[in-house]
Design a protein around this ligand. Structure first.
Ligand SMILES: [Fe+2]
Length: 156
């Protein structure tokens, strides 16, 4: 078994890097979704949601950097072109959404998709004894589950 400079199984690490790049691509789509909603939201909930979506894209921006730097730590190369992101994206793309319920629904659907990818990485990193990636996924998952609860509560 080939061992990486971190002392991890090289083959398993390569698989993890691939999955982390998929997560990175999808976070970039989610980031752009939150940006679009921040800009285009209209109606009586404007002030509340305009701020909430800013909070979401700021958080996504931080997570994008954490994921990319985890990929580098694992000796991989983070994807950084829109073309690659688009090819790997499974998060739904929201366009010109100004309605509050549709906007919150897009966040809910995006987070649900991110959670699926994160759970795959959680399992793979557990099998690879990659605690750094594993604990990062645990943090992301618990935060996003809480956000999902709140967004679903908002939707009623
Ligand atoms: Fe703004």
């Amino acid at each position: 078994m080939a061992i990486s400079i971190l002392g991890l199984d090289k083959n398993k690490t390569e698989v993890l890097v691939k999955e982390l790049n998929i997560l990175l691509a999808n976070f970039q789509v989610y980031y752009q979704n939150a940006r679009g909603l921040h800009w285009n939201i209209k109606g009586k909930n404007f002030f509340e949601l305009h701020l909430k979506f800013e909070e979401f894209y700021t958080d996504a921006q931080e997570k994008v950097d954490l994921i990319a730097e985890r990929i580098l730590t694992l000796q991989g190369t983070p994807l950084h072109t829109f073309k690659e992101y688009e090819a790997l994206a499974s998060v739904p793309v929201g366009k010109d959404i100004s309605n509050d319920e549709q906007a919150v629904k897009l966040i809910v659907d995006s987070l649900a998709e991110l959670l699926k990818i994160e759970r795959v990485i959680l399992e793979l990193s557990g099998e690879a004894d990659d605690e750094g990636t594993n604990s990062m996924m645990s943090d992301f998952i618990s935060e996003q589950e809480k956000t999902l609860w709140m967004m679903n509560a908002w939707l009623g």
